[in-house]
Design a binder for this molecule. Structure first.
Ligand SMILES: NC(=O)c1ccc[n+]([C@@H]2O[C@H](COP(=O)([O-])OP(=O)(O)OC[C@H]3O[C@@H](n4cnc5c(N)ncnc54)[C@H](OP(=O)(O)O)[C@@H]3O)[C@@H](O)[C@H]2O)c1
Length: 285
């Protein structure tokens, strides 16, 4: 990874932090995207201490708001002429429904729309670095989830884990569609399940859900193990030419039947592009 530029969201905590640390040790220069100043500065200071002389950077913003996703992409794009790897990792689970200022359900906005918006915002920088990689952190929570295109904002019958599972289904579908649409660009896109990991995940979800998740995490794996597949997809030569895959424990695995539905993938893409105001003809096929 010597000299490679890795943009990584959610690097202040959990598997994102461990992946950032490992990729920095492997020689990469990290560009973190974070929302919390104190946690962000701590992470940046640790990276700088780990690899003195490497100009790791950080950008701040709330990835659940479309204007922030766009501002962050523009700021990173202005600072970085090339991006070798983009790791979309920031995500969360929420017990109760909240609608963002864009009129989007918060889980859908943060866990799915931000992946899409940041990837598209950095497309030219990824192309400039080709061969480049997009690594999307999904989850096996996508299994059993189904998309309802009449209610992508989960206005009816909100249940935190169900809505989270749907957002992770979006990650796998989006990655497949991205791989297809950007085939031949020199940019690969893969998604992954990190395992069930003892991080801060779910702690702030609220209500009984956060207690349930805290208890379940007694049986979870460490963030070090959880980060393995992120680091593998971001850096291993073994996957240099693989695109559109879903990985677990550094292996290609088959996602749910719903996650292999090409019509849903295309429809989700079109709907998301519309929601963020992406140029209608961009990436058409
Ligand atoms: N833990 C698991 O068992 C598990 C299993 C499957 C998939 N995953 C996925 O793994 C990814 C990372 O989760 P984790 O387990 O490492 O959880 P975590 O410890 O809670 O880390 C989440 C990261 O996302 C950032 N983040 C959250 N909301 C944000 C926002 N609005 N804007 C910008 N950044 C935001 C957090 O920043 P702050 O430091 O400011 O909070 C933090 O750095 C998520 O996509 C999650 O869905 C986790």
């Amino acid at each position: 990874m010597n000299g490679k530029v890795v943009v990584l969201t959610g690097g202040t905590s959990g598997i994102g932090w461990v992946a950032a640390e490992r990729l920095a040790r492997a020689g990469a220069r990290l560009v973190l995207v974070a929302r919390d100043l104190a946690r962000g500065e701590t992470a940046l200071a640790k990276l700088r201490e780990l690899t003195p002389g490497v100009a790791h950077r950080i950008h701040y913003g709330d990835l659940s708001r479309i204007a922030e996703m766009k501002r962050l992409s523009a700021e990173i794009g202005a600072d970085e002429p090339r991006v070798d790897v983009l790791v979309n990792n920031a995500g969360a689970l929420f017990n109760s429904r909240h609608v963002t200022e864009d009129g989007l359900e918060r889980t859908f906005a943060l866990n799915h729309i931000a992946y899409f918006a940041l990837t598209h915002g950095l497309r030219a920088r990824l192309e400039a670095a080709a061969p480049a990689r997009v690594v999307n952190v999904a989850s096996d929570a996508h299994r059993g989830a189904q998309l309802d295109f009449r209610d992508l904002q989960s206005a009816t019958g909100y249940r935190g884990f169900t809505v989270y599972g749907r957002s992770k289904l979006c990650n796998v579908l989006y990655t497949r569609e991205l791989a297809g649409r950007w085939a031949g660009s020199g940019i690969t896109a893969n998604s992954l399940h990190p395992g069930f990991v003892a991080t801060r995940f779910g702690d702030e979800s609220g209500g009984l859900l956060s207690y349930g998740v805290r208890f379940a995490k007694l049986f979870a794996i460490s963030p070090e193990r959880g980060a393995d597949t992120i680091v593998y997809l971001a850096s291993s030569d073994e996957v240099a030419s693989i695109t559109g895959g879903y990985f677990y424990k550094n292996r290609l695995v088959t996602p749910s039947p719903e996650a292999q539905d090409d019509d849903d993938a295309r429809r989700l893409w079109e709907e998301t592009a519309r929601l963020i105001g992406l140029e209608p003809r961009a990436d058409m096929r």
